[in-house]
Design a protein. Structure first.
Length: 220
């Protein structure tokens, strides 16, 4: 999939040579290949063990987005995909973990942004956007016996900001190539029973991914 992203980016770089006109319309529907690069921030603290050093995997997956233009410059974009599976890993040396998988979860992260599109570039339509992300987290499970004994849990959902920048490159007949990058705030509380007195918050885990995507769209 990474090779496909690189190939699409190369096509996008050449596309302006073939763009015959600035296609127009109130709607754009795009299909994108998206690469999620996790920030893996936040902190957790377990007495006698220290930080769990939580991480999740980077991955490539498909994305669908729909944009509506209120004016030639102002648009709203809804970004969708299907529930994605992510691994949960730990780098805690006290437990003998070195990037060891301790569990996993699924997340559904629809994002809505308001965008400003620049219309004074010949053959290009760059844009910037900002908005909100709501991530629903489900099917959380733990695969490591030591971790299971702590009765751990993470939040069911996350609500945060999203910012983006990108460019649409018309290639004629209302078709376009799109390059896009987003930064999204996704964070959850982490809870566990570390001393036998009940489940308590032991910290937080911030995925906060950087999202790179390349795709094609149709404007109408």
């Amino acid at each position: 999939m990474r090779k496909q992203l690189i190939a699409l980016a190369a096509v996008a770089a050449l596309a302006p040579q073939f763009a015959a006109a600035q296609d127009s319309g109130s709607w754009i529907v795009r299909g994108r290949a998206l690469y999620l690069q996790s920030d893996n921030g936040g902190s957790t603290n377990v007495a006698g063990v220290g930080s769990l050093g939580l991480k999740t995997n980077d991955k490539v997956f498909p994305e669908l987005d729909i944009s509506y233009f209120f004016t030639p410059n102002i648009a709203a974009e809804l970004i969708l995909t299907y529930p994605q599976y992510q691994e949960i890993k730990s780098t805690n040396a006290a437990l003998g973990f070195d990037n060891h998988k301790i569990g996993g979860f699924r997340h559904l992260p629809p994002t809505l942004t308001a965008q400003y599109h620049f219309t004074n570039f010949d053959g290009f339509r760059p844009y910037v956007g900002a908005g909100v992300n709501f991530t629903s987290i489900s099917q959380v499970h733990w695969t490591d016996a030591t971790v299971k004994s702590l009765n751990p849990s993470i939040s069911d959902n996350s609500f945060g900001w999203a910012v983006q920048a990108g460019v649409d490159i018309p290639v004629g007949n209302n078709w376009l190539i799109n390059l896009d990058v987003k930064k999204v705030k996704i964070g959850v509380d982490v809870k566990a029973d570390v001393d036998g007195t009940g489940v308590k918050k032991i910290g937080d885990f911030n995925v906060d991914p950087l999202l790179f995507s390349v795709g094609v769209g149709y404007r109408f």
